[in-house]
Design a protein around this ligand. Structure first.
Ligand code: GAF
Length: 395
């Protein structure tokens, strides 16, 4: 924290008015279900994006990152226009589009009047690994919105902050993400996973104290990010939306697990191709897996979620086709060692996997995965425990 304050002082020449933090996340189960109005279950990581911030009075937004080259990016609040629409607001430096997008979303929602229209100075420093599928972008958005919410006295709830940040990412940056990552960063609490209904943002904090049970959840960052990821995410989302349209429902959430086979037959009869039908099967079975995990956790049977996680991976790999060789290797090698279960987490096409292990087996499983990567000629993965941590807050 003192580092980020010192960083602010170095860049802007004064002390910041405050320092805020927002975490990255892993998702325990429920992948690509959020934009289908379904269920997800993320937990916040101890890794955070910190923002030191002060308000301004002249309508200028200045952003600086200790993690990115390029110096201070200076923008005028009233001139911000979406990068997605070919605008120039915030695209200088790439990363700056995320905080700029948040300010744009606040402005679009009519929240920047009076003193709040004055702009701000922000300096960021993040420990959330970038490009690792651990929501470094959502952490950057949510910390910006949380800081400005307090600096301007906007009185926004964490849920509203998450929605504004999703709007920034969808409409300003141009990434068609769902709401899971922003909700995780804004709403998670220490020692819990967040069971979230993405349709109406109903939430439940589910106790997830693995250490007390002699368990550990490992994050395995494969350190690969396959380029086809961005277009493929939009493609998966479009496939799901086209299937929902064909079925005459607002979203695939409406398809019941019990009637999945009949729904798939209906879709075939409507001429919907096999690939799209498999996408539907993933979403419907994945929602069911979230329910199963919740039931098992509620019953105090944490170890038994392992096979559900592994089944989720198989569905991501075979039906949704968002895995890759490196992620599959994590799951195979971890399970072949002593893992209780494993799966890719996040959008896919690289990034990270999670592995549930007995604490006593954690080192051996990590070693087995590392050796499997070396044998396959992959770069060594980065492996660390996922400790369920707090959501966005003032420091
Ligand atoms: C990415 C998106 F940002 C989330 O909204 C979610 O769809 C996830 O991929 C897949 O579950 O992280």
């Amino acid at each position: 924290m003192s580092d980020v304050s010192a960083g602010f002082r170095e860049v802007y020449g004064t002390d910041p008015e405050g320092v805020w933090a927002a975490p990255g996340r892993v998702n325990l189960i429920g992948e690509h279900t959020d934009y289908n109005d379904g269920f997800v279950m993320p937990l916040a990581l101890p890794h955070t994006c910190l923002a030191a911030a002060s308000p301004r009075t002249d309508g200028v937004l200045r952003v600086h990152s200790g993690d990115a080259p390029g110096g201070v990016v200076e923008l005028r609040v009233q001139e911000l226009t979406p990068v997605a629409a070919g605008g120039t607001g915030g695209d200088r430096g790439g990363w700056a589009a995320y905080p700029a997008g948040v300010v744009w979303a606040l402005r679009e929602e009519g929240l920047l009047s009076g003193a709040a229209a004055g702009g701000a100075d922000l300096h960021f420093a993040s420990t959330v690994p970038t490009g690792a599928g651990l929501s470094s972008s959502a952490a950057l958005e949510v910390v910006t919105a949380t800081a400005l919410n307090e600096l301007y006295g906007l009185g926004l709830t964490p849920e509203r902050i998450a929605q504004l940040c999703q709007r920034a990412e969808n409409q300003f940056v141009g990434v068609p993400c769902g709401i899971m990552d922003q909700m995780a960063s804004a709403c998670c609490t220490e020692g819990h996973a967040l069971f979230l209904d993405a349709r109406d943002l109903t939430q439940r904090q589910v106790p997830f104290d693995l250490a007390a049970e002699g368990l550990r959840l490992l994050v395995v960052d494969t350190r690969v990010k396959h380029e086809l990821g961005d277009g493929a995410y939009a493609n998966r989302r479009a496939a799901c939306e086209s299937a929902a349209r064909a079925l005459g429902v607002p979203a695939l959430r409406e398809v019941e697990f019990a009637t999945l086979d009949a729904t798939l037959t209906t879709l075939a009869g409507l001429g919907v191709d096999g690939t799209v039908r498999r996408r539907v099967r993933h979403v419907v079975t994945e929602n069911q897996r979230v329910r199963e995990v919740i039931e098992r956790l509620d019953a105090g049977d944490t170890r038994s979620i392992g096979p559900v996680l592994t089944a989720g991976h198989a569905s991501c790999r075979d039906d949704f086709e968002i895995s890759c060789a490196e992620l599959d290797l994590v799951v195979e090698s971890a399970n072949a060692a002593a893992a209780l279960g494993a799966r890719m987490t996040g959008g896919g096409f690289g990034g990270s996997a999670i592995v549930l292990v007995e604490e006593a087996d954690a080192d051996a499983v990590a070693k087995a995965v590392t050796e499997a990567f070396a044998a396959a000629g992959h770069r060594a993965p980065r492996i660390f425990p996922a400790v369920p941590s707090a959501g966005a807050r003032r420091r």
